[in-house]
Design a protein around this ligand. Sequence first.
Ligand SMILES: C[S@@+](CC[C@H](N)C(=O)[O-])C[C@H]1O[C@@H](n2cnc3c(N)ncnc32)[C@H](O)[C@@H]1O
Length: 183
Amino acid sequence: MTKKALNRSLHAAKATKQDEYYTQLSDIEKELRHYTKHFTNKTVLCNCDDPKVSNFFHYFSHNFEKLKLKKLITTCYKNCDADLFSKHTAEKGIYLEYNGDKDDNRVPDPDEIGIHKLNGDGDFRSEECVKLLQRADIVVTNPPFSLFREYVEQLVRYKKKFIIIGNKNAPWRQKPVKSLVSD
Ligand SMILES: C[S@@+](CC[C@H](N)C(=O)[O-])C[C@H]1O[C@@H](n2cnc3c(N)ncnc32)[C@H](O)[C@@H]1O
């Protein structure tokens, strides 16, 4: 994907509701194909990702074997009801752990995905989510734009590698290791 096209896509997100923009699978595939070798035997965390709607979760769970991942952890903010899309009506969040395909059908079946309740709402800054962050090797997501600075500061504080989508005007004083930027 060209930078221009990605910028257009991100501008569209701005025009709607920034914090609730969901990244398209095609955009994720086009970008992450450049980093496949970095995922071998790594635990990937998507910590702003409702697994029912997040294409980051979709991408990593469906490419788990191809990428030779060790583990995929995904946290879901303020939603613990499997039948709801991210409505943020719940006080609690959940997290998912996926360790790969067990029955050789190359699809992450529901019974292969461990679903765990969080004590809190799944805020990436909460103690329990920070514990999950500490278990991760690489963090990959599109975080809420309104919390971008805090989000990146936390990743740097915990010395995590990351690939995140952001806006180049986001208030951040250091260049992230890798971020997809928009004008
Ligand atoms: C820009 S959307 C991107 C969603 C998903 N990562 C994707 O790329 O499709 C940001 C997501 O962060 C979630 N979120 C908002 N505040 C959060 C917080 N404090 N902690 C964790 N997630 C949060 C929102 O519910 C939303 O799903």
